[in-house]
Write a protein that binds this ligand. Structure first.
Ligand code: DC
Length: 230
């Protein structure tokens, strides 16, 4: 069943203050799809913060600079322009891997987090997804979701994506990559991936995208109802 976007009139009635929705979760958890659906439904701008780390990694690869070259990585972070993130160019697997490696640099994170916070200050609010949105970027977000799924399910979904685009890959290789990325993203010292204490956990291992969206929409609607009642 498809749920239409909430009408603008209905939303204006329910959302009189900014609504910031923070979505975190591991690679291939489906958080991006969920974030886009929620942004669309609640008429809010959406930022996939992973693209900002990918943009830095892409610039380093493009210029032939090492991923361990902190000075150049920081310079690249300063140049990231949120209005100019080319999702298509940044979607390559190796760019995601490289992004996960440069994302351990604290000064680089500080620069990108500032840009992400500026985005979240949009007067109507915003939906941001990433690894540290509920814990670091927007600790005061109105709604925090932590979207996860087992590594096996995430690997299977990624394999299906690749096959749907006409490619081929081995499930075992994808699963190993996902585990390695999880380890790096949860194990780093600065802003590791973890659910905020007040995040709603959404395990989508056995859920369709539609079911996950409806569950998330219900959580946001409950928050709005409580906010409006107080
Ligand atoms: O969500 P993604 O696969 O596009 O993210 C790529 C990498 O960027 C991820 O492995 C770690 C890093 N990242 C981060 O450290 N913090 C974020 N808020 C988003 C992404």
């Amino acid at each position: 069943m498809h749920i239409a976007n909430a009408s603008v009139l209905d939303l204006k009635r329910r959302i009189s203050e900014p609504l910031v929705i923070a979505i975190d979760g591991p690679a291939a958890s489906g958080k991006g799809t969920l974030a886009r659906r929620l942004a669309d439904y609640f008429h809010l701008p959406h930022l996939d913060t992973g693209l900002t780390y990918r943009a830095v990694a892409h610039m380093l690869i493009d210029k032939g600079w090492s991923l361990d070259d902190e000075a150049h990585a920081i310079e690249a972070a300063r140049q990231v322009d949120l209005a100019n993130l080319n999702k298509h160019a940044l979607s390559a697997h190796r760019v995601g891997e490289a992004a996960s490696r440069v994302a351990i640099i604290p000064e680089l994170r500080r620069i990108l987090v500032e840009k992400q916070r500026a985005f979240a200050r949009n007067p109507a609010g915003a939906v941001l997804d990433g690894r540290d949105i509920g814990t670091v970027v927007c600790p005061d977000a109105d709604v925090k979701l932590y979207v996860t799924a087992s590594a096996e399910v995430r690997a299977m979904r990624r394999l299906r994506d690749i096959e749907n685009r006409g490619g081929s890959a081995q499930l075992a290789g994808i699963l190993a990559d996902i585990r390695k990325r999880d380890e790096r993203d949860t194990g780093r010292a600065d802003s590791p991936l973890r659910p905020a204490a007040d995040a709603h956990l959404l395990d989508t291992s056995e859920m369709s995208i539609e079911a996950a969206f409806q569950a998330a929409r219900g959580i946001v609607d409950d928050t709005l109802a409580k906010r409006n009642a107080s």
